[in-house]
Every structure is written in C-alpha cells, then in structure tokens.
Write a protein that binds this ligand. Structure first.
Ligand SMILES: Cc1cc2nc3c(=O)[nH]c(=O)nc-3n(C[C@H](O)[C@H](O)[C@H](O)COP(=O)(O)OP(=O)(O)OC[C@H]3O[C@@H](n4cnc5c(N)ncnc54)[C@H](O)[C@@H]3O)c2cc1C
Length: 420
C-alpha cells in the first residue's frame, strides 16, 4: 500500500520506518531540509517511561495560579495566547481529577513502555548512533522537596511496570560522584533503572536512514498546504508546494501544526503548542559531569549527558507559535545547573552554550492522539506533548499495526472524540 506520512519529526520518521518495515511504499513529506529540525531538534533527550505522570496532577488548580504569577516560575503565560487556549485549558483542568489523571498516566506508561521495547528491538537488529545512555535516570530531592509524594506516585506506576529504587545520600554519590559538592542539599533520590536518553535529532535521522534503506522516500523542503478530501469518508490527496501527492493512506504527524491541517476536514484536535527551552553545552572532553540524566526536583532542572555535550532544560510557556529564543531563559537554565555542578564553570566555557526553543504539541489529558478518523484512509499520530521522543517508537508501532492490520494495540486518546 502507498502511505504518505505527513511530518518528519521523531514521531513521523519513526512511523515511516515501522510502516516501511511492514512492506508499505512510504513517502514522508516535510517543509524542513532534514528530518527532526523542529520540536525534535534539541529537546531534553529523556527516554523516560518514568515521566508518564501528566502535568495536570490532582491539585493543579491550586498550584497553577501561584505558578503563573511567580516571575521565577517554570510556567509562563503570554497574554496573547490566552484566547487561543481557554477551551483547551478547561479540558486540561477537567483531566486533573484523581481518576482521570491516573487513567492518563497509565495510557502514557503503556505507550512509553511499548516504545522502549520497540526501540530496543530495533537496536538489536541495526546499530544506531545517537549519543544514547542506557544507565537509568535519577531524580534528586532537596530537603524541602516533595519526595514522599513522588515516591507514592512511583508506587502507583510500579503496578504498571515502572521499576524504581529509593536512594540515600551515599547511594546517590555512588551513582553520581559529581554531586559531592551539593550532596547535603538532598534528602534522597529516586532511581529509574529502565530509563534511557539520547539526542532525539540524531535518532530521528538514524531512524529515517533505516526507513530509506527499506525504500521510504523523504520529500524534504516541501510545504503541506492542504489535505484534500474526496468525500466525507475519504482523503483524495495532499496539496503541497511541490505538487499533489496521492497515496492509499495518510498519517498526520505534524506536531503542534497538526490541528491547523486537520481543522478544514472537521477534525478539531485539542493540541496547543507549549514552548520550552533547552541549553546545550559542549564539554570539550571534560568528564566531571553526570554519567546519566539527573533531574533536580527543587530547581525543576535537568541535565542530560549527550556524548561530549550536556543538555539542560526546563520551562513551559504558552506563547502560541512563537519559537523566538530568549537568551535570558537559557541563562536561567544554565545558572540553575551551575548551582548543582558549581565546578563545571572552572572547566567548561559556559558562554559557548547553545540556546534553543521548541513547541511541545500538548493534549489536555497527556496521552497522544493515535488512531483512526472518520476518513477511512487518514490516521492520526500526533500530540505527544512533553514525551514525544519517549513515545515515538511505541506510537509508530501502534500506527503501523493500525494501518497494516486495522489492529488497535494500546489505548491512547481515541481520535474520534475530536470530530465534529
Ligand atoms: C524544551 C523541550 C524539551 C523536551 N524534552 C523531551 C524529553 O526529554 N523527552 C521526550 O520524550 N520529549 C521531550 N520533548 C517533547 C518532544 O520533543 C516532542 O513531543 C516531539 O519532538 C514531537 O515530535 P513530532 O514529530 O510530533 O513534532 P516535530 O518534531 O515538531 O515534527 C513535526 C514536523 O512537521 C513538519 N511540519 C509542520 N507543519 C508542516 C507543514 N505545513 N508542511 C510541511 N511540514 C510541516 C515540521 O517541519 C516538523 O519537522 C521536549 C520538548 C521541548 C520543547
């Protein structure tokens, strides 16, 4: 079957590979000149089923007001974005009840675990190079932090297969001696042995390479202008800046831009762009940093080793489609990391850090939207929010199963909820 995958981010590229592996004739269409150049370019790099708890945990309403009006908060609202997110925001809050939050968390865990399993099996058959670590991740908690509540949530996740260990100060240092200068700040840590990390941009290009080896074509530098329908139940073709593309099936994976192309078809996807920042510091051979990703719960900061670089990140900002990089935000991220790794400034030129920003395609509940639509030959694989790299191989497998065999593998959000 001819399948057109719309979007060559990590989500579309992984789907293209799984579809090509199933024997389809795949064409991927994207406006950038290479795969993985937008949100999949410099994200946090965490491949973490352990991070499956959606952002709207119970009690969100109380915390939200405080966070939005605190200038040091990791959450920011640009006033111009308010009108466009009112409806979405109400859905976000309605998903913050204990039951809804738990159901969404379980969906995320299932897709993320399927993803890790799928990634590992791809790696067994083809060596992939993307600055990966496979040594787990560690979340450290300051004395005034929320460790006991977090451990409670980990126990809930454990029921669904997420393994974890609680560490004391000595065990933290055994794993990450680089924290010795600040160890007294921490009351303990939670270690997730199955988590991994890696450069999502490099991975996207690696998986695109494997897809091409199986015959997939990548039409880069091509703007998708419209998804044209033949009838109320069938797509006829896709109009692009390079001409029309005809296929038997179409997979929509345009990240934060998916709603814009779906809306004229009567599909109202509840996905909003949530901006985030990352900072990437070349280490030039310095080995004094962490050997696996470390998240500091107090500063809401994370540092992820990526080959000879350290990736750091944080922040969520509602700013519509604005991806302008604000160097002040990058500096703030870096300053928090320097509080955790003070010796880094003596060995590394912190002024050589590269700032980046991208748009997380967020659904109000958390899980992505993967599944069929009222158009028999249009499928959705989009809205992966803060976990798109973590879930990419899982949702790719789900998409391929659906397109190839009509089988639904695991429960994400049913896209039919969003049709008008
Ligand atoms: C700061 C930050 C940190 C993050 N950290 C992590 C993390 O640690 N772990 C994790 O799992 N996830 C993380 N994420 C989330 C993750 O990066 C995203 O969920 C993921 O990249 C989304 O992938 P995608 O393929 O859906 O979207 P994208 O990567 O944005 O791909 C969409 C593609 O569609 C193309 N496109 C859009 N519109 C058109 C059009 N009209 N015509 C042609 N092409 C078009 C774009 O060029 C783009 O290549 C983070 C995100 C941010 C912003």
């Amino acid at each position: 079957m001819k399948v057109a995958v719309l979007g060559a981010g990590v989500v579309g590229s992984a789907a293209a590979y799984m579809l090509a592996k199933d024997g389809h004739e795949v064409t991927v269409v994207d406006r950038c000149d290479r795969p993985g150049m937008e949100t999949s370019f410099a994200n946090g790099g965490l491949m973490t089923p352990s991070d499956s708890s959606p952002w709207n945990s119970p009690g969100t309403i109380k915390r939200l007001g405080k966070m939005l009006f605190d200038s040091n908060s990791t959450l920011k609202m640009n006033p111009s974005a308010i009108p466009s997110i009112v409806g979405w925001g109400l859905k976000f809050l309605s998903n913050s009840t204990h039951n809804r939050h738990k159901a969404n968390m379980v969906s995320n865990i299932r897709i993320a675990s399927l993803s890790l399993e799928t990634l590992r099996s791809i790696r067994q058959n083809a060596p992939l190079h993307y600055d990966q670590t496979t040594r787990g991740t560690m979340r450290v908690f300051p004395r005034d932090g929320h460790m006991s509540g977090f451990v409670q949530m980990c126990r809930e996740m454990q029921e669904w297969g997420v393994k974890f260990d609680v560490l004391d100060q000595e065990q933290i240092l055994e794993k990450e001696p680089c924290l010795k200068d600040v160890i007294d700040r921490y009351v303990g840590a939670v270690f997730f042995p199955d988590d991994e990390s890696g450069d999502a941009h490099k991975f996207t290009n690696e998986i695109a390479r494997l897809a091409k080896e199986l015959g997939a074509q990548f039409l880069m530098g091509t703007d998708i202008l419209e998804i044209a329908k033949q009838s109320s139940s069938r797509i006829s073709h896709v109009k692009t800046s390079m001409g029309d593309i005809h296929a038997d099936a179409y997979v929509l994976s345009l990240g934060s831009y998916s709603p814009l192309l779906a809306r004229p078809l009567g599909i109202h996807l509840p996905i909003v762009p949530v901006k985030g920042y990352s900072v990437t510091l070349p280490l030039n051979g310095w080995k004094g940093g962490p050997t696996r990703p470390v998240m500091d719960d107090g500063y809401h900061a994370m540092m992820v080793p990526m080959g000879d670089r350290l990736r750091m990140g944080g922040k969520a900002e509602f700013a519509r489609y604005n991806t302008k990089v604000d160097p002040k935000e990058g500096r703030r991220v870096l300053d928090d990391i320097l509080k955790i790794l003070p010796s880094m400034a003596e060995h590394v030129d912190v002024n050589s850090a590269l700032n980046w920003s991208g748009l997380r395609p967020m659904t109000p509940g958390g899980p992505p939207i993967v599944g069929p639509t009222p158009y028999q030959n249009l499928f959705l694989n989009t809205g992966h929010g803060p976990l798109g790299w973590t879930m990419s191989c899982g949702s790719a497998k789900m998409t391929a199963e659906l397109v190839t065999h009509g089988r639904v593998l695991t429960n994400s959000v049913d896209p039919r909820n969003y049709m008008l």
